[in-house]
Design a protein around this ligand. Structure first.
Ligand code: NDP
Length: 446
């Protein structure tokens, strides 16, 4: 083994990419789980898998010039990180948010490699996006930006190479504009993006998949303790795609979601959200600059400006907004108040210390790369429908989603069962890693 210790390896990553703190965090979490497995395996050492797995296949950074409604010209940075293609073409979302930078996208792409592996599908890992802020932009400006972004991105993607999807700031509308521009430039109607409209190649249940899949994963975790969702109080952060559909499925299965948030604050509805209230949130949040505080006015509930929802008593907490949105103090507050299930709809929402707290407390803690894998899984199913040109019914896709989430869960149990509790972090990291590492060895030094 080239490195004397785990820390020496981690230091080497930090030294190489000193300004990418979110990437260090994601690498540290994975390496912590896989170190024994990787450093004691002769083949993994011989093929230097550890050094290779933390370096992307390629990183593409480009200029995105576009014009606003007042004819001012702006320039944003566009990115695509093609991280690992050992088990399939690169797959992962595009994020449009002002805080996007290389470190954030590398952490997301790295996580995606293991997440995609866990689904059991043939999907490699990638991620991309831009520091463009869609908030406050007109429809025409968003369309101009999406066209400009695709003017460069189209060279690097393709249905057999790299198939992007949505993420924060990129929903059905943006995917539509980017698909339109790809088709125009390449004169090809192919499944090059997922999350498409269902009239033109999108899969039923894709918009719902991450949120529904998250709740299916929670159900599987609870079954290990012969528990169910009925009557459970649930706090959620976020109010976008993932949070909305997680709420919908929670209500259907008899749980009571009581909070939603955005980057301005959170609402607490002690009577619980209903389907009607979720429909209101979907409509409200279809305008990206709309604030969740409007919910509090409409339904006469408390709004907490600038705060996060983790102080509210609950049985289950589902962070569904963004990275590092739940810290150690908040983790302690949650468990002190009786919360015993935390599952991540967002990617890396819990800080490293918060994760350690959940594991030390032996609660049911499902990390994002397992718990939110439903979205990419159904993107994979969208790709197969595009290839066969045979659309699947809603029921069929929903059943596939349940099956895949059960598979992700059983892989976590296989690699994370510690006897008295299941360490889902170890389970997800080792389960995801082994498949990718073995495939890299099969393919030699490439
Ligand atoms: P949306 O853009 O639909 O919604 C994002 C939500 O998170 C909004 O409520 C937004 O509030 C909030 N948010 C964004 N940034 C911050 C911030 N810095 N602080 C507080 N709140 C913030 O995105 P999604 O629902 O699609 O994604 C949410 C999370 O789920 C992300 O971590 C994403 O990577 C992850 N994910 C998404 C998948 C998908 O299929 N969509 C798949 C797997 C993971 P505001 O309106 O104020 O910006």
């Amino acid at each position: 083994m080239k490195y004397k210790s785990k820390q020496e390896f981690l230091d080497s990553v930090v030294n190489k990419y000193s300004d990418q703190k979110e990437f260090h965090q994601a690498v540290e979490e994975v390496i912590h789980s896989i170190w024994d497995n990787a450093s004691n395996n002769e083949e993994y050492c011989k093929f230097n898998i550890l050094d290779r797995i933390v370096v992307p296949d390629r990183t593409i950074i480009f200029r995105v010039p576009w014009m606003d409604d007042k004819n001012n010209v702006h320039v944003n940075l566009g990115y695509r990180i093609q991280f690992n293609s050992a088990i399939g073409p690169y797959k992962g979302g595009l994020r449009f948010h002002p805080n996007v930078n290389l470190g954030i996208l590398k952490f997301l792409a790295f996580e995606q490699v293991f997440k995609n592996s866990l689904t059991g599908l043939n999907l490699g890992g990638g991620k991309g996006g831009s520091n463009f802020d869609p908030k406050g932009k007109s429809d025409k400006e968003i369309m101009s930006f999406c066209y400009a972004f695709m003017n460069e991105l189209h060279r690097h993607i393709g249905r057999r190479t790299d198939i992007p999807a949505g993420d924060i700031g990129v929903g059905a509308k943006e995917i539509g504009y980017m698909f339109g521009q790809y088709k125009k430039i390449r004169n090809a109607f192919t499944g090059v993006l997922t999350g498409k409209g269902t009239k033109w190649g999108g899969s039923l249940i894709r918009p719902e998949a991450t949120g529904y899949g998250l709740v299916y994963f929670v159900l599987e975790m609870m079954k290990t303790r012969k528990d169910s969702l009925k009557g459970k109080t649930v706090t959620l952060s976020g109010s976008g795609n993932v949070a909305q559909f997680a709420c919908e499925k929670l209500i259907e299965l008899g749980a009571k979601p009581v909070t939603l948030s955005d980057s301005s604050g959170f609402i607490h509805d002690p009577n619980g959200l209903t389907q009607e209230k979720i429909e209101y949130v979907k409509k409200l949040k279809s305008v990206r600059s709309a604030r969740i505080s409007e919910y509090a006015k409409k339904y006469n509930v408390e709004y907490y400006k600038g705060k996060r929802p983790w102080s509210i008593q609950c049985d289950i907490a589902l962070p569904c907004a963004t990275e590092n949105e739940l810290n150690l103090d908040e983790a302690k507050q949650l468990t002190d108040n009786g919360c015993y299930v935390v599952a991540e709809g967002a990617n890396m929402p819990s800080t490293t210390n918060a994760v350690h707290h959940f594991i030390n407390q032996k609660i049911l803690y499902g990390p994002g790369k397992a718990a939110n894998a439903g979205g990419v899984a159904i993107s994979g199913i969208e790709m197969s429908q595009n290839s066969t040109r045979i659309p699947l019914s809603r029921d069929k896709v929903d059943n596939l989603l349940k099956e895949i989430m059960q598979r992700v869960h059983s892989t976590c149990v296989q690699y994370g069962d510690k006897g008295d509790f299941i360490n889902y972090v170890d389970g997800a990291n080792i389960g995801g890693f082994v498949r990718v590492a073995d495939s890299m060895i099969d393919q030699g030094i490439v």
